[in-house]
Design a protein around this ligand. Structure first.
Ligand SMILES: C[S@@+](CC[C@H](N)C(=O)[O-])C[C@H]1O[C@@H](n2cnc3c(N)ncnc32)[C@H](O)[C@@H]1O
Length: 388
């Protein structure tokens, strides 16, 4: 038998708590002749069970019903769901702390938080000392703060050797250009990379072109090309961010962006860039889309991590219309567009693998190519020609 102070100590509770439980009919002590309370081993075990139920989120009256075998199944089911949710959150928080201490990778955490709270994730990264460029690269490429520097060094070593940084081809660019009537006199290209589309647009229009990107090495490559081709007067390569464009409103007849809008998010890009288009101006962009509503699990999981906001064509068009554009035309980029990107990428990976066998950047790029080879029929890079 236990006296009240002994039971209280065993349970880690106060005397008053036990008296309160008695008042609520949850515990019943025997009284000694001197009036002191005595509790049996059964009472101790009942109290233990009560504490477990409370820890599971049940109120005292729910605990009582449960102890008296008046179980409410649906209530317990709801509590169980809530508990699972809390455990998952705690596990995520634990994972974050362990990862910050370098005990494990931050990949899963970055990906989960980016899906649940993308804006908070970006601003948190900025607080950790990443500028916008690196924060966006972390979001889309390295997915791990602790490994970001090494990842980007390997990534850039691969990509510096490539001309296409996304699927694209001259035929597809020119097919979209032919839909612009009248041809633009002023054109802004966003996320131009090394400028394959830029030089084509310069060759096939008389437009004054501004090509922007935030990667200086890509712009240097473009600048060299412009000098070789004699386009330096008509084409300006500018290092700036697509999220903060240094232009007056309604400056351009057309905005062109191949494989880059996703970086700031399709919807945000559609809305923000529209301010720089003249009324009735064209926006041409290419975007990764699903061709099926039931993708294979492996392809779905891969893109769920790589591009969680990937949509089907109808949803993209709806978003474009919601942002105030009219669809002029749309088509899937040709197989050649994918080959132009993946063939040299595969060659770079093969050449660099012996020196960097465990590089995450190389493994990720290889996985992307493998997914395309196996499931390429389930998704496409879609060119959209829109009118603002
Ligand atoms: C997938 S690549 C596409 C490049 C090029 N359009 C092509 O098809 O080869 C995306 C491009 O966007 C650029 N980029 C990333 N974030 C940017 C930002 N915030 N502002 C401007 N450009 C950005 C990258 O440097 C890269 O050149």
């Amino acid at each position: 038998m236990y006296r009240i102070s002994e039971l209280a100590q065993l349970a880690g509770l106060s005397r008053t708590a036990l008296l309160y439980y008695e008042k609520q009919g949850l515990l019943r002590a025997q009284r000694q002749s001197n009036g002191y309370r005595l509790y049996s081993e059964q009472d101790r075990q009942r109290l233990y069970l009560l504490q477990q139920l409370q820890a599971g989120g049940l109120s005292l009256s729910e605990c009582k019903a449960c102890l008296d075998a008046k179980l409410n199944q649906s209530l317990l089911q709801a509590r169980l769901q809530k508990l699972d949710h809390e455990i998952a959150q705690k596990q995520q928080a634990r994972h974050l702390l362990a990862s910050l201490l370098g005990h494990s990778t931050l990949r899963a955490w970055h990906q989960a938080i980016d899906q649940a709270a993308p804006d908070a994730h970006l601003s948190w990264l900025k607080q950790q000392g990443f500028n916008e460029k690196e924060a966006l690269r972390l979001k889309w490429l390295s997915h791990d703060m602790n490994e970001h520097e090494q990842y980007m060094a390997d990534f850039m070593a691969v990509y510096q050797g490539l001309n296409y940084w996304a699927p694209g081809s001259a035929e597809d660019t020119l097919r979209a250009l032919a839909l612009l009537s009248p041809p633009p006199a002023t054109l802004l290209e966003i996320g131009c990379g090394k400028g394959i589309a830029t030089t084509l647009l310069a060759q096939h229009t008389t437009a004054s072109i501004t090509a922007i990107d935030n990667e200086p090495t890509a712009l240097e490559a473009l600048q060299q090309q412009l000098e070789v081709l004699g386009f330096t007067k008509r084409v300006t390569a500018l290092c700036t961010s697509m999220t903060e464009l240094p232009f007056a409103e309604q400056s351009f007849d057309a905005i062109w962006s191949e494989g880059s809008a996703y970086i700031m998010g399709l919807v945000q890009a559609l809305r923000y860039w529209k301010t720089f288009l003249k009324p009735g101006g064209y926006l041409v962009l290419s975007e990764l889309v699903w061709l099926t509503d039931a993708p294979s699990p492996e392809a779905r999981d891969f893109w769920q991590q790589g591009y969680p906001d990937m949509q089907n064509i109808a949803t993209c068009i709806q978003r474009m219309q919601d942002a105030g554009y009219q669809l002029v035309d749309q088509f899937s980029l040709s197989d050649q567009a994918w080959q132009n990107y993946y063939q040299p990428l595969q060659e770079r990976i093969d050449a660099m693998k012996p020196q960097l066998p465990n590089s995450r950047a190389l493994l990720d790029s290889q996985q992307e190519i493998n997914i395309y080879r196996q499931y390429g029929a389930e998704f496409a890079y879609q060119m959209f020609v829109l009118r603002g």
